[in-house]
Design a protein around this ligand. Structure first.
Ligand code: NAI
Ligand code: MG
Length: 510
């Protein structure tokens, strides 16, 4: 029998083997040391990227009648990844006519139960091909593989599963009312979450019985085209989802097509306004998911280390390419100094680099244009007098990278506090009372999200009730679930996506 003493001896011996704290280098104890990890690169063997990628119309990949192609890059290296077809007006027209015919002859005639079966099948195929989808997303977008693998792709599958469940229960979603699909839906999505935004758009539209013409962002079309293969493999009837690749002109052709019943758009507020003007006075319905300048409010009674991780996740996650990024940080004055010191230490430990490396926290900025915009806004912040902190970590010499950084002592009038930067740049300021915190958080033309950090439930509820933001997280940030509606106030957009609210955006409810 092993005695307690023998056990103690054994565990002491084991502990000695795993380098006791006393034996670690001095810096490690102070937390200032950065542990070096050997590179751990995800293999790209699993993806096959076509040199020329065609349009997906009527269930087939076809040449664009425009015969035009453009290049998509890998932002991590700045190298060309593939050529993508640029859909012209005639191609968009063909896609819309195909979607209309399919709506009338096939999809609207099918029962909700049958539609649900296709969606379940798509969700399962996404799970089966999840590694391939994640690697392709990282190559085309520049986001860390850890995110595309652990966040984006699982949420994509979850979105199809969730909506598959609704397809035959729409009457229960709106009891006592009649629901019918809208018809042909045009959907335009951005580059920050290419696959996830495609799922957010396509899954509810199909569950509700609509057919779709989707236009991905010009820098990130590849994962949508891989999704098209999933639709083929799932046996989704030809023409239910059509994908037209291209830039703003292709999007505009879709918005202005007379036979589209609804436009759903996610992207910049500027383009959202153009689209709102274009559909005004037409039969088209519109939902817009636009930008944000969301605030974290951290009270002195919050669990500060937990809040710190929330802040890091809220702004440096996906290089800050997140519409609901927590890009403003409001600290209660009594803890501001302590928190900023913690923030510096933590930011200095983030790893910027090859997005395919599993240890990377911050990958590549999606395009040279976006990087230029971020740099310009950082310079503006310096000129306006913000106190700037940026670690000195190495970044790859090719590709588009921005070190994580923040400005402290920022006032509400600074450009930094008002303009969506869409990069890993945080603006920090302070408040004295919760009333002041609410005033500052609401002092923005946007209203997408907010984070409240406090150990007091009553305070959280009180403050949340006063914030003008569509999504409010308490003691956490950037948590998503297909059953929770997402959307904003004011210039952050119109309508909600996800949950029962999101279904109503794709239905006529009478
Ligand atoms: P954008 O709004 O131009 O692009 C989004 C989508 O709209 C893309 O598919 C694009 O091809 C399409 N598009 C562009 N012009 C169009 C038009 N006239 N009609 C129809 N579709 C059109 O955004 P961009 O230029 O890629 O990014 C600029 C800024 O917008 C970013 O720096 C960021 O601040 C913000 N943004 C916000 C996003 C969000 O999730 N709310 C997503 C992407 C960008
Ligand atoms: Mg690309």
């Amino acid at each position: 029998m092993t005695t307690k003493r023998a056990l103690d001896k054994k565990s002491k011996a084991q502990a000695a083997k795993i380098a006791p704290v006393e034996k670690l280098p001095k810096q490690a104890k102070t937390g200032a040391m950065k542990f070096e990890y050997a590179p751990s690169l995800e293999s790209t063997d699993i993806v096959r990227i076509e040199k020329r990628n065609r349009l997906f119309i009527g269930g087939k990949f076809i040449e664009p009648s425009s015969e035009a192609y453009f290049t998509s890059m890998n932002p991590a290296t700045g190298e060309r990844l593939a050529d993508i077809a640029e859909a012209g007006d005639a191609d968009v027209d063909l896609a819309v006519r195909t979607a209309r015919k399919t709506y009338e002859n096939v999809w609207s005639k099918m029962s909700g139960r049958e539609r649900g079966r296709y969606l379940f099948r798509i969700a399962r195929l996404i799970q089966e091909r999840s590694r391939e989808l994640a690697v392709l997303e990282t190559l085309d977008n520049g986001k860390p593989i850890r995110e595309s693998r652990d966040v984006d792709v699982p949420l994509v599958a979850a979105h199809f599963f969730y909506h598959a469940g609704w397809a035959d229960k729409l009457n229960y979603a709106f009891p006592g009312q009649n629901v019918s699909p809208l018809g042909v839906v045009g959907q335009i999505i951005p580059w920050n979450f290419p696959l996830l935004m495609a799922a957010w758009k396509i899954a509810p539209a199909l569950a509700c019985g609509n057919t779709v013409v989707l236009k991905p962002a010009e820098t990130t079309s590849l994962s949508a085209l891989l999704l098209a293969q999933v639709f083929q493999d799932a046996g989704l009837p030809d023409g239910v989802v059509n994908i037209v690749t291209g830039a703003g002109a292709t999007g505009a052709a879709l918005v202005n097509h007379p036979d589209v019943d609804k436009i759903a758009f996610t992207g910049s507020t500027d383009v959202g306004k153009i689209i709102a003007r274009a559909v005004a006075g037409t039969k088209k319905r519109l939902t817009l998911e636009l930008g944000g300048k969301s605030a974290h409010i951290i009270f002195e009674d919050a669990a500060l280390d937990q809040a710190l991780e929330g802040v890091i996740n809220g702004i440096y996650f996906n290089q800050g390419h997140v519409c609901c990024a927590g890009s403003r940080l409001l600290l209660e004055e009594s803890i501001a100094e302590e928190f900023v010191a913690k923030l510096k230490k933590r930011v200095a430990k983030l790893r910027v680099g090859n997005p395919l490396d599993k240890n990377t926290d911050i990958g590549a900025i999606n395009s040279a244009g976006e990087l230029k915009k971020i740099k310009k806004l950082i310079q503006l912040g310096k000129d306006e007098g913000g106190e700037f902190f940026e670690p000195t970590c190495a970044i790859p010499d090719k590709g588009f990278y921005q070190r994580p950084c923040f400005f402290s002592n920022v006032s509400s009038s600074f450009t930094l506090s008002r303009v969506e930067i869409f990069g890993p740049v945080l603006a920090v300021s302070t408040f004295r009372t919760s009333q002041e915190a609410v005033l500052k958080a609401n002092d923005t033309p946007y209203g997408l999200a907010a984070g409240i950090w406090s150990e007091k439930g009553a305070k959280i509820h009180k403050v949340a009730g006063q914030l003008k933001a569509g999504v409010i997280w308490a003691n956490t940030y950037n948590k998503f679930d297909p059953s929770a509606p997402f959307g904003g106030y004011n210039e952050s957009g119109w309508g909600r996506e996800g949950g029962r609210h999101g279904l109503s955006a794709y239905l006529d409810v009478r």
